[in-house]
Design a protein around this ligand. Sequence first.
Ligand code: HXC
Ligand code: NAP
Length: 266
Amino acid sequence: MSSAFRADALAGKNVFIAGASSGINLGIAQGFARAGAKLALISRTPERIAAAAATITGAGGTAIGIAADVRDYAAVEAAIRQAHDTLGPLDVVISGAAGNFLAPVVGMSANGFKTVVDIDLIGTFNVFRASFDHLNTPGASLIAITAPQAVNAMMFQAHACAAKAGINMLIKCLAMEWGPAGVRVNGISPGPIADTEGMARLAPTPEVEARYKARLALRDYGTKDDIADSALFLCSDNARYITGTILDCDGGSKLGDASANALKTT
Ligand code: HXC
Ligand code: NAP
């Protein structure tokens, strides 16, 4: 369990999380539930999101799971309205749905590129835009899950790099426009996180995983709890003056190659 969480740190808070049927976003949901939050979770697949909500209710927490594709604005809007009707105005909205695969641009169709941009970038616009009229303001906090790819070019990741770069700028524009309404908008940029679909796709063998770790300043993958802790901080009163920023929780990923190989001359 994440050490930073007090059992009542999020008591009375209503939290909506998109892309919460697995991985990092489910980890945030579970951490937030332990801290007393009431949750509405969405993803595309009815069985997967129902199972995710059940892991929380089964552990004594409060969660509803709603099937909605973030590419479908009407579906997102309906899910957010259902969350508001069930839980009350939303204190925290987290947009973390994403799709990814390794492919060179010449191995990627226009639809392959568009699919990732639609899920990651357009999906984040849809979730945040639809949530605006359902927020508990002033004091609401929005968090987008971005990635180091937003600022570091990466081979075979043109779609994800472009989509996450767009998310980083969307965060800043929304922070400007919605700050006067008492809404803070920030991002978390996770580095490689253990036991996730993302790393299963980007580092599918032990050899690639070892090379990934060797290039990191902190030499290891992070955990889902590391990201949950970052999210808890960003939506807490301790971060009340922070908006429009990206919190890198990445073991130094964004710094570049920290392996000794980077300086070898022979
Ligand atoms: C090339 C591919 C491909 C691949 C799919 N496509 N996989 N192209 N190489 N490996 C193409 C398809 O051929 C199709 O184009 C288009 O993408 C859409 O594919 P569909 O299968 O129809 O799309 P859909 O069912 O909507 O699925 C979306 C998906 C899928 C992104 C393709 O992988 C998915 O559902 N992913 C969700 C889970 C996920 O990816 N989790 C990891 C997130 S991690 P054509 O032209 O044939 O129609 C992450 C890590 C970031 O973001 C950073 C880590 C450091
Ligand atoms: P994951 O388990 O595959 O999580 C992705 C989630 O998005 C799933 O719940 C998936 O559920 C949902 N989803 C996908 N397409 C959707 C759509 N169209 N509409 C609604 N929901 C959709 O992957 P993860 O590795 O934990 O990644 C989670 C987030 O962290 C992503 O934003 C990713 O870019 C980011 N990230 C991950 C890493 C890492 O190391 N893993 C590093 C940096 C950033 P369904 O299939 O049920 O729809």
